[in-house]
Ligand binder design. Structure first.
Ligand code: COA
Length: 158
């Protein structure tokens, strides 16, 4: 099956498609506000990536590169990706779209951090993610999962 992952241009059309996803929230509303205020014509560097089947956006995620100076997870300290809002629409789950998005993120060959929803742990385990050792000051209410390419280790926490 064809699974092309594309960077999603943020415009009214894309924001309408986003309304089908459960995790529609402040991030999308602020983008809408920016468009309405004409502060931006289009987001050129949108953090959203997705998969279209025909005219339907069936899966999406946000992916953002965190700079090395803010890295508190990996050894050696380096740029890493943070992944959030991974979601596949109900009718399209279990067909490999979630995996395709995660593999797209891995293809940058940078470590990845995500904060999974309850219930999705089996999926993340299958994708090769592991629990980061919990560090209260760093993680607070999060339960981060991490994935590391060859040669990268988890930073030791005290
Ligand atoms: N529980 C257990 N395993 C799961 C799973 C789940 N909820 N979702 C996917 N998997 C497994 C698949 O069986 C598959 O395994 P395989 O390679 O051994 O066949 C692998 O993970 C990849 O599955 P894929 O088809 O790419 O998953 P997906 O496209 O459905 O994406 C989610 C996974 C979790 C991102 C997607 O289902 C989603 O957005 N769900 C929303 C709600 C949610 O989090 N549900 C969790 C269960 S209630």
């Amino acid at each position: 099956m064809e699974q092309t992952v594309e960077n999603l241009l943020i415009n009214y059309k894309t924001l309408e498609k986003f309304k089908f996803f459960k995790e529609y929230g402040n991030q999308e509303l602020s983008m809408l506000e920016d468009l309405e205020n004409k502060m931006v014509e289009n987001y050129n560097d949108s953090p959203f990536y997705g998969i279209y089947i025909g005219d339907n956006l069936v899966a999406r995620m946000s992916l953002y590169k965190v700079q090395k100076k803010y890295d508190a997870y990996f050894e050696p300290k380096q740029d890493y990706l943070t992944l959030w809002k991974l979601e596949v629409l109900p009718d399209y789950q279990g067909k490999g779209y979630g995996r395709a998005l995660v593999e797209f993120a891995k293809s940058y060959n940078l470590p990845i951090k995500t904060n999974p929803r309850i219930n999705s742990h089996t999926f993340w385990e299958k994708m090769g993610f592991q629990k980061a050792h919990y560090d209260m000051e760093r993680d607070l209410g999060e339960n981060p999962l991490i994935w590391m390419p060859e040669g990268v280790k988890e930073k030791e926490t005290t």
